[in-house]
Write a protein that binds this ligand. Structure first.
Ligand code: VGL
Ligand code: ZN
Length: 197
């Protein structure tokens, strides 16, 4: 068994003071750093949007952040501008170890959001992570990071559907929790066969 730790979106904009701050988002950093040595591979994801990304509420008339809109690929929450490529908000938290094996960026196509580390929000456009893992014979994944109910959730469910063994270490995750999204995500992950610890 080859095991990877997947560290999801531990970036300044998801930490207190950031554009899309997740409560206590910074409090998981030291625990994640400590966990890294226990894995065969460490992979970090980075939310990486062009300015004017279609997931930003600022790009839609008459809506406010955290409302939803219908996109060609389904319902999309509209977010405050966040994780714009090259900005400090898109950088990893300054305390996070970034000496992992791979950094995978997502959300860089202007017209589609990408919560999952595996597929964009159309659930079919791949990021390439599956191929990376398979060619390294990695079959067991532990996920930590931000946010539990969006990017961690989508990544974990996709990974389980692809046949990976998936564990989410919930004490090293923090949630946005929009309209019950944390409870729904928790149930969805369990239903998909993800182990929550
Ligand atoms: C995320 C909302 C928008 C996340 C990314 O990392 O969970 N959430 N972009
Ligand atoms: Zn984003």
């Amino acid at each position: 068994m080859t095991r990877a730790l997947i560290v999801i979106d531990v970036q300044n904009d998801f930490c207190p003071g950031g554009a899309l701050a997740v409560q206590e988002g910074d409090q998981i950093v030291s625990g994640i750093n400590a966990l890294m040595n226990s894995f065969d591979a460490v992979i970090l994801t980075q939310d990486w949007h062009p300015a004017h990304h279609s997931s930003f509420a600022s790009q839609h008339a008459g809506v406010e952040a955290f409302q939803t809109t219908e996109m060609p690929y389904g319902t999309q929450v509209l977010w405050p501008d966040h994780c714009v490529q090259g900005t400090d908000g898109a950088a990893f938290h300054a305390g996070l170890r970034t000496d992992g094996d791979l950094i995978i960026r997502k959300g860089f196509r202007p017209g589609i959001d990408s919560y999952s580390a595996f597929f964009e929000n159309d659930h079919s456009t791949p990021t390439g992570l599956e191929g990376y893992l398979r060619t390294r014979a990695i079959n067991d994944l532990t996920m930590v990071g931000l946010a539990t109910d969006f990017c961690v959730n989508f990544s974990a469910v996709d990974a389980a559907k692809l046949g990976f063994e998936v564990t989410v270490q919930t004490q090293l995750c923090r949630a946005i929790d929009l309209d019950g999204s944390l409870a729904a995500a928790t149930q969805g992950m369990r239903d998909a066969g993800v182990t929550l610890i």
